[in-house]
Design a protein around this ligand. Structure first.
Ligand code: GLP
Length: 237
């Protein structure tokens, strides 16, 4: 790990995370940026939008690869991760939407879809900077606690804990899809740099992930082995 920053609140967390991303885009305008959903990165995306509008941060050549998508939600479903990304970032910056990639949760053949996603990431040359949040059970992307660290994009059944945690975005737990497609741990670990944002409510799991045993039962613990992770922790939820 490289850096652990504690900041006062969510806005500061967003600013600190976005500063890393913006510096990388300025250095390499066609950066391959790995993106995450969930509530944690929203302030980071807000700050990137502000930097685009007020400071001319240019997304015109940036390529993005999202970590995951629910299986069974159409792209225009309000809770699909495609809709989340459009709403929270893509619609507000000058990115070419054709350069933004998420797994297709409606693909008829999921085996082909996951193989195709691996191929796509390979063709892009891998992820250069990856944004991450952390799930309450230590998941990253939708890599749930498991017996092994995943090494290719995969379809995963969501744990009850994740279904419960994410039900706040749906009308109830019954509405939450039971499966998702997620980029694997290996691809995440191959990112040249990682920015993980987490708020106060994740303190215990973050501590376990960063200071506890490295185990696929706490997927984020693998980050201890990455040499360029910046963790930004907000002391407020
Ligand atoms: C989802 C996403 C994760 C995210 C997690 C935490 O399950 N697949 O990528 O990190 O939620 O979300 P939040 O930041 O809303 O707690």
């Amino acid at each position: 790990m490289k850096e652990f920053k504690i900041v006062n609140n969510i806005e500061e967390m967003g600013r600190a995370g976005a500063a890393v991303i913006a510096a990388a885009i300025r250095e390499k305008p066609d950066l391959v940026l790995g993106l995450a959903t969930g509530s944690s990165p929203i302030s980071l995306y807000k700050e990137l939008i502000r930097m685009h509008k007020e400071e001319g941060l240019d997304f015109s050549k940036v390529r993005t690869v999202n970590l995951d998508e629910y299986v069974g939600l159409t792209a225009d479903h309000p809770q699909s991760y495609r809709a989340f990304m459009n709403e929270n970032l893509f619609n507000h910056v000058n990115i070419d939407i054709n350069n933004t990639h998420l797994p297709d949760g409606m693909a008829e053949n999921l085996d082909e879809e996951v193989a195709g996603y691996d191929k796509l990431v390979g063709e892009l040359g891998g992820i250069e900077v990856q944004v991450l949040g952390i799930g309450p059970n230590g998941h990253i992307g939708f890599n749930e606690p498991s017996d092994e660290f995943s090494n290719h994009t995969l379809v995963v059944p969501l744990t009850n804990e994740t279904i419960e945690a994410n039900s706040r975005f749906f009308s109830g737990a019954d509405e939450v899809p039971r499966k998702a497609i997620t980029l694997d741990i290996k691809h995440i670990m191959q990112a040249k740099q990682i920015v993980l944002v987490a708020t106060k409510n994740k303190e215990a799991i973050l501590r376990e992930a960063l200071q506890g045993k490295i185990t696929p039962q706490v997927p984020a613990s693998v980050l201890q082995m990455h040499h360029a992770v910046v963790v930004v922790f907000s002391a407020e939820e």
